[in-house]
Write a protein that binds this ligand. Structure first.
Ligand SMILES: NC(=O)c1ccc[n+]([C@@H]2O[C@H](COP(=O)([O-])OP(=O)(O)OC[C@H]3O[C@@H](n4cnc5c(N)ncnc54)[C@H](OP(=O)(O)O)[C@@H]3O)[C@@H](O)[C@H]2O)c1
Length: 310
């Protein structure tokens, strides 16, 4: 297939380009820095120079590439620019999807997140003690007795009624997903929290610094993680997936009381003390049943327990 990839130089894109090329696809990467062209060339991909906020340049780039699929792996997080990230979700997505429509591209695939779901009062099906994998040695007793919340499935609504900053984040995510769904065929990849080389959750990364500074609290909030390699592999497979949103997360949603000490150990930082607190209602992780069972996506790193160490 001919794939137009926006975000080819980002955390996912860097791994995704060689995977797409190895799978026999012809890749054109959207770049906004001329010096990025040689890196893409060495990975076997073409590139085209345009800022995603320049709608006419994006339209011309997509038309010239004449792709089968437009893939959107753009974020604006290198400098933790959360306002910029919301803007790229809205305006960047708008420009890409309009360009795809004008060029007659049938399919759009876009990066979203798996922690924008609304809270639930569902009675949990599985206590944390029976979750896959060994119980963490350092987890407090409360981890084994407090029932785990029901992780979110693709059928659950987004948390559009959230308060404060989360409300703005979820609204921008909802806007991205709505715009992508204008395409005749589309896949929204609701990724878990990335960890691994080149991400915030890696030795030397932003969260390594944060855990050392005591800013990461081992509390009851539940997170679904995803190794960055598994994010890239899912995006390649999504070229063949049917229209819809799909949670791309590992098998083991985890409370902070479990993952924070493990992450701290993996980067050689002191383990923070657990905090006894109520779980934030929306912080319940996500379920990958649809991707695993119906789309046959198999994560290389099924659990952050092994992935953090790897
Ligand atoms: N699900 C998650 O947990 C998640 C998702 C995304 C990111 N993150 C975190 O955020 C960190 C930073 O992400 P990142 O390294 O991918 O960097 P980033 O700054 O978020 O950039 C991502 C991609 O978007 C491109 N881009 C941004 N603005 C653009 C624009 N106006 N026009 C065209 N292209 C544009 C970037 O190009 P340039 O190379 O020119 O900047 C890059 O290819 C990651 O390490 C990761 O930990 C987490």
């Amino acid at each position: 297939m001919r794939v137009f990839l926006a975000g080819a130089t980002g955390a996912v894109g860097r791994l995704l380009v060689p995977e797409l090329v190895a799978a026999g696809h012809q890749v054109t990467g959207l770049i906004r820095r001329p010096e990025a062209a040689s890196g893409l060339r060495s990975q076997g991909a073409d590139s085209v120079l345009a800022d995603v906020y320049d709608a006419s340049a994006v339209a011309a780039a997509v038309a010239a590439a004449a792709p089968d699929v437009v893939m959107h792996q753009l974020t604006d997080l290198a400098n933790q620019n959360y306002a910029g990230n919301m803007e790229i979700r809205r305006t960047g997505t708008r420009n890409l999807v309009d360009a795809a429509a004008a060029a007659g591209v049938r399919k759009v695939i876009a990066q979203s997140i798996a922690w924008a779901y609304a809270p639930t009062d569902d009675v949990p099906a599985t206590p944390a003690a029976t979750a896959p994998g060994p119980a963490p040695a350092s987890a407090p007793a409360t981890t084994t007795t407090t029932p785990a919340p029901a992780p979110a499935t693709e059928q659950d609504p987004l948390d559009l009624r959230a308060e404060g900053a989360r409300r703005q984040t979820v609204a921008a995510v909802g806007a991205l997903e709505d715009i992508v769904a204008e395409a005749p065929e589309w896949v929204v990849l609701r990724y878990g929290l990335f960890y691994g080389p080149g991400t915030w959750y890696a030795k030397g990364g932003l969260m390594d610094d944060a855990v050392r500074a005591g800013k990461v609290v081992p509390n009851a909030d539940v997170t679904s993680f995803l190794h960055i390699e598994d994010a890239a592999t899912a995006a390649v497979q999504a070229l063949e997936w049917p229209t819809g949103p799909v949670n791309i997360v590992d098998d083991e949603p985890a409370a902070g009381t479990a993952w924070v000490p493990t992450f701290a150990r993996s980067v050689g930082a002191p383990e923070p003390e657990p905090v006894d607190s109520e779980r934030t209602p929306w912080a319940r992780g996500a379920d990958n049943h649809y991707a695993r069972k119906h789309l046959k996506w198999t994560p290389r790193y099924p659990s952050w327990r092994d992935g953090f160490v790897a």
